[in-house]
Structure formats: structure tokens, C-alpha cells
Design a protein around this ligand. Structure first.
Ligand SMILES: [Zn+2]
Length: 854
């Protein structure tokens, strides 16, 4: 076998090695002379040595640049060009650096730095893309003001900050707020705008624009409303006001991420901003609202206060995800948002935290920082802030945040700075709490209980399994929100937050007339796995009576999981008591439809596989799939007589509105339609498809029909209608693979990669097919190994074009140790094949190596 190690091992960067840059950057002036294959970038940068700068030479990052000329204080210099940048002697006093470089945006398929998408120029600089634009100290702790001149034939020429002048073929921009280079942005294209404006609370008028390609201007109104709501919310809730005269958003078709918070010029993956009732589902609308808010909120948490180094990424991302979740909860339903977030956390972050890619929210080492834009940094980072808020209380949280903004505005900060404001604002010692930032792995909390003479005692034991590089873990501070219920469903004790700080700790409740039923980890107060011996009867009781909506859903989720597990391991029939409980709940009109839809949504097949693995059973993906099918069929039959009435009762009349109430009803309606389709062969779904005037209902009908007899015909009709809409076509591509039977999924995906509309260079389209394959649990893990092989082949093909997206999608293999030895062997072959690819990117090399080693 070929040696898998690359000729030179990629460099590893460590948090402990942090050193400040030896120079201050006072001002940056950039001129871009745009041309697809030969853009010239002229930089004029004022540097001054820091007092402690021992070395008069300086290092500037630079990658894939052709250096045309360099000068210091007007005199030509010849820097030493090395891997990753250049080294140059400096005068030892303040000086002006000038450089001219040439780059080729049209050849940039990695979508980092300056690149082209459908004829327009755009940039993506986070994390380390600016070094592909010009030589610069490309690190977040170097902050400076930027003035930019763009020369090009495009009608719209945009950069950060405020407009500073424009004319035929040129435009100038000035950003008065010092920023790191990763927040730099440039857009040039023949674009049209959806304009609006916003008056801040201090009375300043801000011009707002969403820039799109001609033809998409009708899909901007919702995004614009979301932006204005975000601006208002950040003033009302966090006291944060916008700080420039203009705020621009641009939609781009080819984009690795969801969106990017560049100062005053946010660049969005078009799927995360363009929306219309005809082409977008309710889920799309909710996501767009959240992402627009997220990027806007970064203006304070990320831009005004940024990260000292990339190890601190969760400082800006954890906090901003937390803020956007608060926003969505305020705009929509708090419990529904919490349940959705926990579903996502368990689907994406828990597997990461319990596998070979486990890392702390603040990692201590990396080879490629792009590989750490993870669910752990983002979503667990947000959970950590949620715990902090719960521990210190809402008022203290507000006090600490005010102090954070006052103390650190204009700075590049660390997690230590962040925790210190909470310590200073509250007097609380957070040294043990800080372990959440440095320890990987999801803590297990084992619960036991005891009742005697009116005294009820809960005992908790915490432990965290070993993760790569961290065999032993110290006990953490875990806030456990607990309530107690009486046998008749009355609440005996309202929610109280117990602070678990020891490895094992007991809490006693006195004065209880009888043994209560505990409701533990209400609102999912900490990202842990609760282990408690309980009965299905008690779960059913909590599903019916818990006053905490999250735990009510959680009880149903636990019942659903137990039912699936016994179906798989014992070949049992679906649990009758659970089916009865579901029926009662789905018919209960007093409950929020969105909540009922969530209770009706089964745990994912991947989650069942993880549960089995945790209990020492090797999961069989086909059996898990069969159990899911049997359960759905049995539930449909149980509800047979009430399904038509429920369907009618949850059908939303009148024109489509993407509001929370309508979305909740349509979600429930969609669940009912999929059950109904199992009984009527798709009659109702076909009628709904024909009548639908919005994508939510059209798509729900198509998804239901995909497994029915006329699925293929309907899918063709959908294709014919929408083939010219890229975003709708992404849905079509993904749905084919998601709905394919286990033995057909790889074949369906293969055929789609040969489709004329498949474009590997477009991350959305690639993810639509390959992401859906990885998400089709039984199909991806089919015993033939065809799913593994197909994904590996496509990752190898994509790596030379777009390392970032390739590396991220390698995570599909991270759960491989759950499965039987034959599947593990098949996956190992594919991982080793990827690793042996000549010229493999540093990104993918790091990911695959970690997955193999873990
Ligand atoms: Zn972000």
C-alpha cells in the first residue's frame, strides 16, 4: 500500500504559541484593477513597529500571488518569497509598504479570496482568504481602517464602509472602523438592488440594499424585512446600534458557507437570502430570517469586538448563534425554537463530540482552521453561553454584556476576556465553568433517586468519555433545570436550577406528601446526555403532563427511541401505549401545531444507530430503516379514521404567509399528508400538488409522493416546472437521493452526478446530492459499500477544485466506528484511498487523518 503521508507533513498551529504581531497597521489603501484572469491589486499600507518588536524584518502572508513590485517608503525592495508569504527587512521606524500583485479570480474554484461566480466578482476572506488577495498580516488581531478603490466595467462596485466617491468605471469606499482583513469584502457585477432604509434609535438614517442578479429582485422583500427586524431587535435587546451610513447584502450563487458578516457588506449564499412563496419553503424562510439576523448581529459580536486568533472562533460564533437563537425565539415560538435547536445539536454536534473529530469549543491546535467551523464551535459554543446565562441570571447576563461592549469595543479578544466580564459583573468565580471551553466530549449525567418520609433526593453522577488527546476529564459545572410533578400532573415544585459541580452530588427536596415524578434538564439546560432508568409509563405521563414544553417533547422523543430500539433488537411490534399517546396528542387542538408536528417527527435513523451503539449493540442500518417504515405504516393505520379530518383541519386557507403560525400548521399538515399517503396511494398528495400555490405545500406533496407509485412522473413535472431556478433545483436533486430506497440510493446519486444540471463547482449543488446521500442513513451505509465508494470518488474529484467543501463533507465518515467490521473495512479502504490521493489538500488531509486515527 502506498504511504499515505504527504511529502512534507502539514504544519500544526498551537494556541500556546500565540505571539502578537510586531507591527501596528495604521492604514490600508487598496486599488483593484479588475480583470477575470489578471486582476491587479495595489496596496499601500502604513506600518509602525511595536515597542517590543525585536526583529526589524517582517513577515506578510501571501498565497497564489504573483508579485509585480514592492516598495518601502517609495524605494523598490526585493522581499524573500517563502511558502505562505514573504519576509522583508524594514527600517525599524514607521514606514509605508507598497506592493502590486496579480491574481486570477476566474481560475479560483476554491471560492476563497477574490473569485468569480456567474460573471460577478466577489470575495470570501474568513478565515485566511485575504492572503490570496495581497500580501498582508492576515491574522484577526491586526486591525486597521481600509480605503478601497475599485476599477472595473461592472455597473455595481462595492466594498466595506461608506461610499467615498464614484464615476464611470470606478468607485471608492472608506471604512472608518478598524477591522481585521478577514472582514474585507469586494463585489463587482451587473447587479440590481432592492433598496430600503432604517432609522436607528438615535435618529440616523441608514441606506439598506440587497443586491442580486437581474431576475432575482422579486425574492428580496422577506430578507429586507428580516434585516430591519434584526436591526431593531439588537437595539431593543442588546442596546446595539448600527454604525455606518449604508448596509449592503449581496446574493452569490457559488459560496462555501451560508453567509459572511464582512463589515457593512454581507455576502450571502443565495440560498440564505433569496425567498419567495413560490420557490421557498417555510423552513427556508425561517432559516433566512435567522441567518440575516446572525450576520447582522456580528457587527457587534465579531466585527466591533473580534477574535485575537482563530482558536477563539467560538467567542464570536458561539455568542452570535446564541443571539440569533434568542431573536428567532422572540420572532416565533420559544419552545419550538429550543426543540429544533436540540434536534440539530444531537444530529450534528453530538456525533462530532463523541467521535474522532471531537474537539473543545476552543480548540488548542489545528492544521487548517477551515476545518474548525464546526457544530462544536458554533452550536455547542452557543449552548455554553446559554448555560452561563442560566447560572448568573438574566439581569447579570445583561450587565456582563454591557461591560463586554464597553470594555472591549475595538479590540481583538479571547475567551478569558469574555469570562472576565462575567466575573467582574457578578463576582462569581468561573474557573471551573471555563472547562466547557477546553474539554471536548458530551458529559453523561447519571441520575438516581430516593424517596423516604416526605424527602426526595436526586443524585447525579457526571462523567465524560475520553476524546482524542483528552483521556481524563475533570467535573464541569452543569446547570440542571429541574421541576417536580405530582401523580395527578400538578406541578409540586416549579423549575429550579441545580448546580452540579462535583463528580457525584445529591439534592434533596423536603415536605413532599408522596414520591414525585421528576422533570430533569428542562429546556435542555445543559448539552449533556441524561442517563436515567425509567419506564415507558413515566415517559408517557411526562408527554401528557409536563409543564415544560421541551421536556414534554423530550418524553415523546424518548418513547419514540425506545420503541424503535425494541423493534430493531427484539423484532417487537410498535409500542401500543406510545401509539395511543401520539394519537391523543396529534388530535389535541389546544396544542401548538408546530409542537405537534415535532412530536410526530421521528428521531433520525442515525440517532437510533448511535443509541444502539451506546448500548453495546452494533447497529444494522437496514433494520433501523425497516423499523422506521413499519412504525410509520402502523401509525398511519392507527390514525386511519381521523387522518382525513386532521388533514382538513390543518390545511391553511387564504394566501400564503411565511409566519410562524401558518408554518406550524403546514408542518403538521405535511406530517399528516405523509401518513395519509401510506393509505390512499397518494391521491390526496396529488391533489395538494396540483392545488399548491406555494413551495411548502408543493414540496411536501412531492416528498410524500416520491415513495408512491406516481412519484417519478410527479418528480419529472416538478423538474419541468423549475429547471431554470437553481435553488429549487437543489431541492429536486436532494429529494431524489433522500427518498431513494436503501439499495437504490447510490445508483440514484450516481445518475444525478451525470445530470446536465449537476455542477461540482457549485457547493450548493454538490451538497444537494452528496449531502443527501450521506443523510440517507440506510442508503449511505448499504452493505454493498456503494455509498461509501461514490462519496469518496466525488470528494477526491472535488478536492483539487474546492478543498474547503471537500474537507467538511468528509465528516460523513466520522461515525464509522459505530458499524460492523465489514462496513468499517469498506470505509477504511475509502478513507485511505482519499488520503493516498496525490496533491491532496491540507484541509482534506487533516480531516481524513483525524477520522482514521480516532
Ligand atoms: Zn457567524
Amino acid at each position: 500500500m502506498k504511504d499515505a503521508a504527504p511529502a512534507t507533513a502539514p504544519e500544526t498551529f498551537y494556541l500556546k504559541d500565540y505571539k502578537p504581531f510586531g507591527f501596528e497597521v495604521e492604514t490600508v489603501e487598496l486599488t483593484f484593477k479588475l480583470a477575470p484572469n489578471s486582476t491587479r491589486v495595489l496596496s499601500k499600507i502604513r506600518f509602525s513597529p511595536q515597542d517590543n518588536a525585536a526583529d526589524p524584518r517582517f513577515f506578510l502572508h501571501g498565497e497564489a500571488l504573483k508579485l509585480i513590485s514592492a516598495k518601502i517608503d517609495g524605494a523598490p525592495v526585493t522581499p524573500e518569497l517563502i511558502a505562505g508569504g514573504l519576509i522583508c527587512d524594514t527600517p525599524g521606524t514607521p514606514f509605508t509598504w507598497e506592493a502590486e500583485v496579480e491574481i486570477a479570480p476566474a481560475a479560483n474554484t476554491a471560492l476563497e479570496g477574490l473569485y468569480m461566480s456567474s460573471g460577478m466578482y466577489c470575495t470570501q476572506c474568513e478565515a485566511e482568504g485575504f492572503r490570496k488577495i495581497t500580501y498582508y498580516p492576515d491574522r484577526p488581531d491586526v486591525m486597521s481602517t481600509f480605503s478601497v478603490r475599485i476599477e472595473g466595467d461592472e455597473t455595481v462596485l462595492l466594498s466595506n464602509g461608506n461610499p467615498a466617491g464614484s464615476g464611470e468605471g470606478w468607485a471608492e469606499w472608506h471604512d472608518p472602523w478598524p477591522k481585521p482583513a478577514y472582514l474585507f469584502a469586494l463585489v463587482a457585477g451587473d447587479l440590481v438592488n432592492h433598496p430600503d432604509h432604517f432609522t436607528t434609535r438615535s435618529g440616523k438614517d441608514v441606506e439598506l440594499n440587497i443586491w442580486v442578479r437581474p431576475g432575482d429582485e422579486g425574492k428580496c422583500a422577506f430578507g429586507m424585512e428580516a434585516l430591519k427586524k434584526s436591526m431593531k431587535w439588537d437595539e431593543d435587546v442588546y442596546g446595539r446600534e448600527y454604525d455606518l451610513d449604508i448596509f449592503n447584502i449581496v446574493a452569490v450563487d457559488d459560496f462555501n458557507m451560508g453567509a459572511m458578516e464582512n463589515k457593512g457588506l454581507n455576502i450571502f449564499n443565495s440560498s440564505c437570502v433569496l425567498a419567495s412563496p413560490e420557490t421557498s419553503t417555510d423552513a427556508n424562510f425561517e432559516r433566512i430570517e435567522a441567518i440575516i439576523a446572525h450576520e447582522y448581529f456580528h457587527n457587534w459580536t465579531g466585527n466591533r469586538i473580534t477574535c485575537r486568533d482563530w482558536f477563539q472562533l467560538c467567542l464570536k460564533e458561539g455568542l452570535t448563534v446564541f443571539r440569533d437563537a434568542q431573536f428567532t425565539a422572540d420572532m416565533r415560538s420559544e419552545p419550538v425554537k429550543r426543540i429544533e435547536d436540540v434536534i440539530a445539536l444531537r444530529a450534528r454536534q453530538f456525533p462530532e463530540d463523541n467521535g474522532p473529530l471531537a474537539h473543545p469549543p476552543r480548540p488548542e491546535q489545528f492544521q487548517e482552521i477551515n476545518n474548525f467551523y464546526t457544530a462544536t464551535v458554533y452550536e455547542k459554543g452557543a449552548e455554553v453561553i446559554g448555560m452561563l446565562k442560566r447560572l448568573v441570571g438574566d439581569d447579570n447576563y445583561d450587565k456582563a454584556l454591557d461591560l463586554y461592549f464597553d470594555r472591549h469595543d475595538g479590540q481583538a479578544c479571547t475567551i478569558e476576556d469574555w469570562l472576565r466580564v462575567f466575573e467582574d459583573a457578578t463576582g462569581r468565580d468561573l474557573s471551573q465553568f471555563k472547562l466547557w471551553y477546553s474539554q471536548a466530549g458530551t458529559p453523561r449525567v447519571k441520575v438516581s433517586e430516593d424517596y423516604a418520609d416526605g424527602s426526595y433526593t436526586l443524585t447525579f453522577e457526571q462523567s465524560t468519555p475520553p476524546t482524542p488527546g483528552q483521556p481524563d476529564k475533570a467535573p464541569r459545572v452543569i446547570p440542571l433545570a429541574v421541576g417536580l410533578l405530582a401523580a395527578n400532573g400538578d406541578e409540586l415544585r416549579a423549575t429550579e436550577v441545580l448546580e452540579l459541580i462535583e463528580a457525584k452530588q445529591s439534592f434533596t427536596f423536603d415536605g413532599l406528601a408522596s414520591k414525585p415524578v421528576p422533570s430533569i434538564l428542562r429546556e435542555f439546560s445543559a448539552p449533556v446526555i441524561l442517563e436515567r432508568e425509567t419506564t415507558n409509563a413515566e415517559r408517557a405521563f411526562l408527554l401528557a403532563h409536563d409543564t415544560d414544553p421541551f421536556n414534554r417533547w423530550e418524553a415523546g422523543n424518548a418513547l419514540a427511541t425506545e420503541t424503535r430500539v425494541t423493534m430493531v433488537t427484539e423484532g417487537a411490534a410498535p409500542d401500543g401505549a406510545y401509539l395511543d399517546a401520539l394519537e391523543k396528542l396529534v388530535r389535541d387542538d389546544t396544542l401548538d401545531p408546530a409542537f405537534r408536528a415535532l412530536v410526530l417527527s421521528p428521531p433520525s435513523q442515525s440517532e437510533i444507530a448511535q443509541t444502539l451503539h451506546d448500548r453495546g449493540v452494533t447497529p444494522d442500518p437496514q433494520k433501523i430503516y425497516d423499523a422506521a417504515e413499519t412504525f410509520a405504516q402502523t401509525l398511519a393505520q392507527q390514525l386511519e379514521t381521523s387522518l382525513p379530518r386532521l388533514y382538513a383541519a390543518t390545511t391553511v386557507d387564504g394566501p400564503y404567509q411565511p409566519d410562524a403560525n401558518g408554518a406550524g400548521l403546514r408542518a403538521l399538515n405535511g406530517r399528516i399528508l405523509s401518513l395519509l399517503t401510506r393509505l390512499d396511494g397518494g391521491e390526496q398528495a396529488a391533489r395538494q400538488y396540483q392545488a399548491a400555490d406555494n413551495m411548502t405545500q408543493q414540496y411536501a406533496a412531492l416528498a410524500a409522493l416520491m415513495k408512491a407509485e406516481n412519484g417519478e412522473r410527479q418528480s419529472q413535472a416538478f423538474f419541468d416546472q423549475w429547471q431554470n431556478d437553481r435553488l429549487v433545483m437543489d431541492k429536486w436533486f436532494a429529494l431524489q437521493v433522500a427518498c431513494a430506497a436503501p439499495d437504490a440510493a447510490a445508483k440514484v446519486a450516481t445518475d444525478l452526478t451525470r445530470h446536465t444540471l449537476f455542477d461540482m463547482k457549485n457547493p450548493n449543488r454538490f451538497r444537494a446530492v452528496m449531502g443527501a446521500l450521506a443523510g440517507n442513513h440506510a442508503g449511505f451505509h448499504h452493505a454493498s459499500g456503494a455509498g461509501y465508494q461514490l462519496l469518496a470518488e466525488n470528494l477526491i474529484a472535488l478536492d483539487s477544485l474546492n478543498p474547503q467543501t471537500t474537507a467538511r463533507m468528509c465528516a460523513a465518515f466520522q461515525t464509522w466506528k459505530r458499524y460492523d467490521s465489514a462496513r468499517q473495512a469498506s470505509i477504511r479502504v475509502e478513507l485511505e484511498r482519499i488520503l493516498a490521493t496525490e496533491g491532496l489538500s491540507r484541509d482534506t488531509h487533516e480531516m481524513v487523518s483525524r477520522i482514521l486515527q480516532g
